[in-house]
Design a protein around this ligand. Sequence first.
Ligand code: GDP
Ligand code: IMO
Ligand code: MG
Length: 422
Amino acid sequence: MAVDILLGLQWGDEGKGKLVDVLAPQYQIVARFQGGPNAGHTIGFEGKKFVLHLIPSGIFQPEVQCLIGNGVVVDPISLQEEILMLESAGITVRNHLWVSVRASLIIPTQRLLDQANEQLLGVRKIGSTLRGIGPAYQDKIGRSGLRVGDVVLPDFQEKYQTLREHHLKRLDQIGFEYDLVQAEAGFEEAIAFLRTLPLTDNVYFLDKALHQGQKVLAEGAQGTLLDIDFGSYPFVTSSSTISAGACTGLGLPPSQIREVYGVFKAYCTRVGSGPFTTELLDETGEKLRVAGKEFGATTGRPRRCGWLDLPALKYAILLNGVNHLCMMKADVLSDFEEVNICTDYSTSTGITREVPYHTHASITPILKTLPGWGSLTGITEWHELPETFRNFIGFIEDYLELPITAVSIGPDRQQTLWRSPV
Ligand code: GDP
Ligand code: IMO
Ligand code: MG
């Protein structure tokens, strides 16, 4: 067993990218297992900041092989842009990045369909990142999609045109206005670029590596509460964001999974539509947004902010089998004299700790108030953490019945504290 998983326990943007980058030196392979360029994973070190959408966050470690798994939907334009961006910053990419032949392709008309679908939904829109994620996964499940391995086959153009025509018909049916020339700009070139990358069958790639005793870190995108089955449907993304998704998204048997790192913020954020029980629509929410710089890494949209939701976190832990809890952005709450945590939900049928099926059910959070902890700046060891902060951690651990193994107190690699060496 040599595969560990790192994933988000909330609605995405928990700080997964930062933590994968921190842990990457301990692995030979870092592999993304789902999602696509809807993700925005931020990594900060030596005063530099990078946002990755498709490339695994292990790419800054030259010795680590990075794999884009079969569960991912790959937009070739986005992938090319990302590789060129990294290379222009002096990061070596091409000798340690692999793309699964089984990964799905996002084509330009799927991006247009994403926009058209959202327009059709009007006020009920999902709040998609408009990267073509939903339509690409729809085509995958509908068995009409294109895959990365198709780009080197002789009938690629034919298959592409068939799917494109099908999408154009659908766009016309919807009555969506679009600029096809603009949407398709750079696509052909990006497909040619993709053909130059090492494409691999990840099943054998990973099996071989595991037999050689290599260690793999599976990197999740989005978060558990955006999962297609277990999130607040339909306000979710279109993939399995939970730990089980790492098996299907990488072609790994469950028996290979060892540790599951669950990443959460000391508060909550959500981008896009959908229920958010602890959301703060007042100046406290605005204070959190400003202090946490809560603006989307992919779309720049302001993130909705609220207090930490423990029933939702417990739900995420049980779905994923988390055994390492990592709390991010604890420093963001430093300016708060008091901090709230939701412990229970008050619903029309009583008080509960279970996340209800019905997403429109009106729920009032029952909050516990704890004292704040002031500045965490400059702290480098766990034992230096202020007592009030350690009480906050203790309260969460007692509730979740799971220890917090890491605390992040800033965006930089070095601003990460481990309870004991990992
Ligand atoms: P991801 O999608 O889960 O990788 O997270 P994002 O990159 O979308 O959002 C996390 C944001 O918080 C990024 O801007 C990170 O640089 C930043 N960040 C990560 N950890 C910390 C932390 O402990 N403190 C602060 N202040 N910022 C953090
Ligand atoms: P990372 O990996 C936060 C949200 C969108 C929208 C819903 C569906 O950076 O944590 P989609 O484009 O997938 O059809 O959008 O999911 N969403 C994210 N929110 N972080 C992400 O990724 C997200 N990826 C998608 O805002 O509500
Ligand atoms: Mg993000």
